[in-house]
Design a binder for this molecule. Structure first.
Ligand SMILES: *Cc1c(COP(=O)(O)O)cnc(C)c1O
Length: 393
């Protein structure tokens, strides 16, 4: 017998009724410290007053008109995103995968518009994750997500992570662009070194390819910069974002330069819900806070401090923790015990984290985290580590 909710997720047996700031509460009032942020989505924590106000005010006005008409919230958000980034134009979606779909279509259309429809292939990297639609599972290239879902969507060539020679070998007359996450999130918090991102930019320029960044997880302040690629001081041609920009409301976007977007004329792409007034109200409110003076400085300062303390935790528990990596508040702890056991042990300590590939446990607290929360999380992580030793003893 099947459950009414399709059993496609392995869920922890926890249900949250309420949330406030860094904390979530189950029905019986048990408090959890949220260092998962619903996979880097609740960027400003739970029930942030500024976001609640923006959403409820918009809810009193108009919820939906579809993209048949001008949506003022889109105009404002697009203007702010283009002012704050490399981009000249923005397409709004409801999710990360849709932002990637738009990015992929745009890259193909760019070459088609320039008279080269044969240039449609995109190079991606092993360990990548770009979503769960048919095209994005092909882009991610992971067998476990592709298996049983029919022929893999054509047009993606995958090379090993960090292998420049293989990358150069994969470029052909049919290549349209290179798609990469500045830090592989689901793949296990594997950062791409800034010099390699710089090199990718150079390779794209040399071969007339578009550099497409997937900043769905790394974007909107997660690494202490508005976008992670800013650390490498490069400019992509196209960028997919989602997760943090909505602060928990489903919002995604595809950002692009005018050049890269040249093929996307009226009628070429669309979405019924994308850029919905409610979504735009919340995303604009998220930007009010993330773009405020000093906000990202604070994230960087706290993150650095936390990473140093986590290095100390690793030294205290060398038999449990193998490595601590990541940038800003996208942190991966590679564990020597199964990562899912560690996530469960953290839940025992009322701390929420998220498992990733390569046996990594991800810590990605809301960006509003404070020193006390970090110290609290550290104490809980320490107890989680100890719990393995007492089990062994
Ligand atoms: C989460 C994620 C996606 C997919 O986003 P959805 O909103 O689940 O479709 C794509 N790329 C990266 C890097 C992600 O972390």
């Amino acid at each position: 017998m099947i459950t009414p909710v399709l059993p496609s997720y392995k869920r922890a047996p926890l249900a949250f009724d309420d949330g406030k700031g860094m904390r979530l509460y189950t029905g019986d009032g048990t408090e959890y410290l949220d260092f998962g942020a619903g996979v880097a989505v609740s960027s400003l924590g739970h029930a942030h007053p500024h976001l609640v106000k923006a959403l409820t005010e918009q809810a009193q006005k108009v919820w939906h008109t579809a993209n048949l008409y001008v949506i003022p919230g889109q105009e404002r958000l697009a203007r702010r995103l283009t002012e704050a980034t490399f981009a000249d134009t923005v397409f709004f979606t409801n999710s990360g995968a849709e932002a990637l779909e738009c990015s992929i279509k745009m890259a193909r259309k760019y070459h088609a518009a320039k008279g080269h429809p044969e240039r449609y292939r995109i190079i991606t990297f092993e360990g990548a994750f770009h979503g769960r639609t048919l095209a994005t599972i092909a882009a991610g290239g992971q067998a476990k997500y592709l298996e049983g879902f029919g022929p893999k969507v054509d047009g993606f060539d995958q090379v090993p992570f960090g292998d420049e020679k293989a990358l150069l070998g994969a470029i052909t007359e049919a290549t349209a662009g290179i798609l990469i996450e500045p830090i592989q999130g689901e793949g296990g918090v594997r950062p791409v070194p800034p010099r390699m991102l710089k090199r990718l930019r150079q390779i794209c320029d040399e071969h007339g390819l578009l550099l497409i960044l997937d900043e769905v997880q790394t974007g909107v302040g997660r690494t202490g910069k508005l976008f992670a690629h800013e650390w490498a001081d490069i400019r992509p041609d196209i960028m997919a974002i989602a997760k943090g920009i909505g602060g928990g409301f489903p919002v995604g976007a595809c950002l692009a330069t005018a050049d890269a977007a040249q093929g996307m004329t009226a009628g070429t792409h669309g979405s019924t819900f994308g850029g919905n007034p409610l979504a735009m109200a919340v995303a604009n409110a998220v930007l009010d806070i993330v773009l405020a003076d000093g906000f990202l400085d604070r994230v960087r300062r706290l993150a650095l401090n936390f990473k140093q303390k986590l290095a100390g935790l690793k030294d205290s528990h060398p038999d449990i923790i193998e490595d601590v990596r990541g940038d800003g508040l996208l942190i991966g702890i590679k564990t020597k015990v199964p990562n899912t056991d560690f996530v469960a042990a953290a839940i025992e300590q009322r701390l929420l984290s998220v498992a990733a590939g390569d046996n990594v446990v991800r810590l990605m607290p809301p960006l509003i985290v404070c020193e006390d929360d970090l110290a609290d999380a550290l104490a809980r992580l320490d107890r989680a580590c100890q719990s393995f030793k007492s089990k062994r003893a």
